[in-house]
Every structure is written in structure tokens, then in C-alpha cells.
Design a protein around this ligand. Structure first.
Ligand code: ZN
Length: 426
């Protein structure tokens, strides 16, 4: 790995390790944007006197964009979209669970995690805690250390697990142990309050989740792979936001915009999800001085790229793939096609994506699923439907998608960053 790539991957690893929940991801994106001269606007205020580089945060989602004094809105937008959430295990609101031998945490699944990947890992807790304020305030929380673990049943008590497969019940088999003290209804609140150096009476509620406490690492005989939690989809968030923060808009003909949404892994239907009106409201507010006619023209001239993880061809399960559409790590970005609109790319979108790749010397691969397997999806079809903007689905290949620890190629991060930058000026 050359030194420039190593530096870029180190920065990405810092972002991945520090973004243990969507709220932390948004906070880290905010710091990056502020460091590049962006200002936060409030949804409550009038935006007439805004600067040219702005962002709006709504819980675990953000929209950031760059305007220029002589850049007409009617030329449209170049929109890069990704998601901040990852499948995981989340803490239920009441923590009263115990056995005769352990104090345990009560959890539920979020999205579609590979449950087995959460076993026998050292797990931390992170998210946001809602505390007393005026009327309340939200505080980011992350346990600095791993504090809990979901122990797998020993082979001696489950003799045929390797032959018959591991079956996990989400209610009964996933409760982590976190203390051997006798359980008590206030124990978790008091531990949390102690960690936050506040009184437990101040804690009103939380959105807390588990994360693998092991940091990301580089793997492979030639340092070719990045291994981390939340690769799906924080690598796309990072590529999009760094491309935006470095983009020189002075020669641009369109407005570059990045939207990072929470709740993609559970279907995007929420007030901050891609199915809601968060993005369209921001765009309409940006163009508030324009006529309905020029707004319609702007949407018609816009293009959206939904950036999300893609499946690399698994070496141990080639029969799960369409082998005419092989995808390899470190062989370039993936253009995703699906006739049933699980991915938004159509023929024109594929041609548009290929042009960007060829012009910027980015290697690319085309993905299509096996016809007899159902396909995953992204925010692409959702934003395409809600905005009426032509959309493409692209991303970097990975293995172990939805595992607590996923793997992707280091060189593909540079390919994705270059694609994002070129997309803004396409
Ligand atoms: Zn994803």
C-alpha cells in the first residue's frame, strides 16, 4: 500500500472506529464538515442569510450541500446518498433481565444482522441518552471499554451444532451477560449514570446499541483488505462526505449535495429515513426563491447516486452467485442492476456510471443477482421514487455483509472517493 493510500485508509479507520452508532457517525461527519468551512443551519430558522456551505442534521441523518454565487438552481443537483445505520442489537427500554447466575441486558435485533457474528465478541454500548434539560437534552454516549458478551453454548452441550447448523432465537439466546452481581431494576441505569457522571434520576430514556469493541484492521498478505464493523455503509458515508468537503464548486454547473440517512436497514420509513420528506424539504428550501417551473426543471436535470455496499463473489459459495457477473474485492466500484427495481440503475444510469469511470480511469464491475435468489435493496429506489430524479446504485464490494465485522478492499476506497468527486462534476 503506498503512503497516500495508507493515510486515506488510516483516516477512514478512525471514522469507522469512532462511529459506533448513527448518532456518532453524524457527529463525526459534522466535525469533518465544520473543519472544512461548513455551517450548521437549523430547521427552525430562516435560511435566507445562509452561507454557501451548509448542513442540516436531523437525529441520525444529515443533508450537506455547497452553493456558489453564480450557480443557477435550475441546473439541478448532483446528489450522493448513503446510510448511517448498520444491523445490530439494540437495548430495550427496560433493563430488568437476570438469570440465577448473571445480570443480563435485554436486547432486540435491528435490521437483519448475521446473529452468529455477535457471539463471543467483546461488546461495547453506544448511542444517545436523553437526559433532563429544557425540556430534555440528548447526550452522546459510548462505553470506552467492552463491557458485555453473548457467550455461545459450548460444543459439549450442543454436540451436533456443526452438522445441523446454529439456530438462534432472538428473544432467548442473544441476551448478553454484563455483570455477575444480583440483578436489580436500577442496576443498568445506575451504571450508565455513573459512566456519564450524572445522577441516574436525570436519565429519561435512550437509543443505545451494542458494537464490536475490536477496532478495524488491515488484513491480507499484501495489506489488501480492510476489516471492520459497519463497513456497510459507513465507507460510503465517508467517501461521499470527504468528496463534498474537498469539492471545488467554482467551476461546477450543478449543486453538489450529500444526504446520509438513518433507518435504511429497517426500510427507511421514518421522519429521518429516505422514504420521508427530509431530503425533498431541504431541496425545496434551498430553492425557495425559485418558481415552481424552475424547481421542476431542476429536479428533471438532477442525478442521484445511491452509494451502498455490494456483494463480492464468495469463494466458498460460488453457487450463490450469477457467475456471469463476478465481483472481486479491489477490482473497482460496482454498478448494481436489478430489473425489479431493487436497485435504481437503469440502462441510462449504467451508461452514465460507466462514462464517469472511463473518464476518471476508475475500474468498474457490473453486479446482477442470481435470478432464483431475492435481491437486497438500498435507498436508491426510495429516493428515485420520492424525488422523481434519475438514480444509480453503485458501491464498493464486500464480503460478510451484515456481519458484526465485514471485509472490503483498500484500493476500492480510493476508487469510490474518485467516483464521488467525478460524479459531482459530471
Ligand atoms: Zn447498506
Amino acid at each position: 500500500m503506498d503512503s497516500a493510500l495508507k493515510k486515506e485508509i488510516n483516516n477512514l479507520q478512525g471514522f469507522l472506529d469512532a462511529s459506533t452508532s448513527p448518532f456518532h457517525a453524524i457527529n463525526n461527519v459534522k466535525e469533518l464538515l465544520v473543519g472544512h468551512g461548513f455551517s450548521e443551519v437549523s430547521g427552525h430558522d430562516n435560511w435566507d442569510s445562509r452561507t454557501n456551505r451548509n448542513f442540516l442534521i436531523k437525529d441520525g441523518s444529515i443533508v450537506a450541500w455547497v452553493e456558489a454565487d453564480n450557480l443557477p438552481f435550475a441546473n439541478g443537483f448532483r446528489i450522493l446518498g448513503a446510510h448511517t445505520d448498520s444491523p445490530n442489537l439494540r437495548l430495550k427500554p427496560l433493563q430488568l433481565l437476570s438469570s440465577s447466575t448473571f445480570g443480563q441486558l435485554s436486547v432486540e435485533t435491528y435490521g437483519s444482522p448475521l446473529l452468529n457474528s455477535w457471539l463471543d465478541r467483546d461488546l461495547g454500548i453506544s448511542g444517545r441518552v436523553i437526559v433532563e434539560g429544557d425540556p430534555f437534552a440528548q447526550v452522546l454516549f459510548s462505553s470506552n471499554e467492552a463491557i458485555c458478551r453473548i457467550p455461545q453454548l459450548a460444543i459439549h452441550l450442543d454436540r451436533d451444532v456443526n452438522e445441523k447448523g446454529l439456530k438462534l432465537n432472538a428473544e432467548t439466546h442473544l441476551a448478553p451477560i454484563w455483570t455477575d452481581l444480583p440483578a436489580d431494576s436500577l442496576a443498568f441505569n445506575e451504571w450508565l449514570a455513573d459512566q456519564m457522571s450524572i445522577s441516574s434520576r436525570k436519565i429519561l430514556s435512550w437509543d443505545l446499541m451494542l458494537h464490536d469493541a475490536q477496532e478495524s484492521t488491515i488484513l491480507g498478505a499484501n495489506e489488501e483488505w480492510l476489516v471492520s464493523g459497519r463497513i456497510d455503509n459507513l465507507v460510503s458515508c465517508y467517501a461521499a462526505i470527504t468528496a463534498l468537503s474537498d469539492f471545488d464548486v467554482s467551476n461546477s454547473e450543478t449543486i453538489p449535495l450529500v444526504c446520509l440517512f438513518d433507518h435504511e436497514e429497517v426500510g427507511s420509513v421514518s421522519s429521518v429515513g429516505a422514504s420521508g420528506n427530509f431530503l425533498s424539504t431541504v431541496i425545496n428550501r434551498i430553492m425557495s426563491g425559485c418558481s415552481l417551473e424552475s424547481r421542476a426543471v431542476a429536479f428533471e436535470k438532477s442525478f442521484c447516486a445511491s452509494v451502498d455496499g455490494a456483494h463480492a463473489t464468495h469463494p466458498n459459495y460460488p453457487e450463490r452467485h450469477d457467475l456471469n457477473h463476478i465481483v472481486k474485492l479491489n477490482e473497482g466500484i460496482v454498478i448494481k442492476r436489478n430489473a425489479n427495481q431493487r436497485y435504481a440503475t437503469d440502462g441510462i444510469g449504467e451508461a452514465f456510471s460507466k462514462k464517469i469511470c472511463v473518464n476518471s480511469e476508475i475500474p468498474f464491475q457490473i453486479f446482477a443477482n442470481r435470478s432464483d435468489l431475492s435481491c437486497g435493496s438500498t435507498i436508491g429506489p426510495t429516493t428515485a421514487a420520492s424525488l422523481g430524479v434519475r438514480t444509480i446504485d453503485i458501491g464498493v464490494p464486500q464480503l460478510s455483509m451484515h456481519s458484526a465485522r465485514e471485509i472490503c478492499g483498500v484500493e476500492d476506497q480510493q476508487h469510490l472517493r474518485t467516483f464521488c468527486q467525478s460524479f459531482f462534476s459530471s
